[in-house]
Design a binder for this molecule. Sequence first.
Ligand SMILES: Nc1ncnc2c1ncn2[C@@H]1O[C@H](COP(=O)(O)OP(=O)(O)O)[C@@H](O)[C@H]1O
Ligand SMILES: [Mg+2]
Length: 223
Amino acid sequence: MTSIIKVNDLHKTYDMEEDVQVVALAGVSLEIEEGSLVTTMGPSGSGKSTLMHIVGGLDRPSSGTVRVGHYNVADLDEQQMAIFRRQMVGFIFQSFNLIATMTALENVALPLRLSGVAKNERLQRAYELLCKVGLEDRIYHKPTQLSGGEQQRIAIARALANDPPVILADEPTGNLDTASGENVMEMLKELNENGRTIMIVTHDPRMTKYADRVIKMLDGSIQ
Ligand SMILES: Nc1ncnc2c1ncn2[C@@H]1O[C@H](COP(=O)(O)OP(=O)(O)O)[C@@H](O)[C@H]1O
Ligand SMILES: [Mg+2]
């Protein structure tokens, strides 16, 4: 087995007011095989998002190591971290996190702009990605003019813009009706079948049918 993600003894503690600490991760070790689809389940507050954020370079651990591909994520400086995020991971969030003032096309093209891709090329690629998620007739719509399911498909297209090998999705179906949620999961499954490694945080036990493996978390630890 080739692991694309390797987490070793990860701790994350938040210092609150004096003498008060919140332990979000209490020593998590984990390997994720390249090309697998893994779901992470567990009650609210068990550390699922914290783990995903640290794996994706959105947050830093208090201690422990994280390797994703050939990156030692916890050791990167801010600039290297930005490059890591751009090259290696696509994020999908429960609340979509689209930019309200931008069209679907501009939202999907944004990561390409940050990567320095020329305008014509990035708009062309964004259009192709929106076609891929079935939104070719919504490219000039803004997020508020779209349904939740459509917004999440835009977020999926955006996550694919730089063609990352890893997709991290934090409760991607949490704000969607059942049919749209199934649609999003089918899309993530298809991306996985095309070779991407996918880690999905979910509350929904129905989603486990898509998973090669289910990771259960409780109180900052893997069960
Ligand atoms: N920025 C933060 N500051 C303080 N505590 C936090 C912060 N982020 C998360 N936590 C705490 O860490 C624990 C794990 O949170 P989180 O990873 O968001 O859990 P989950 O995604 O499983 O619901 C919770 O107790 C939460 O309150
Ligand atoms: Mg969470």
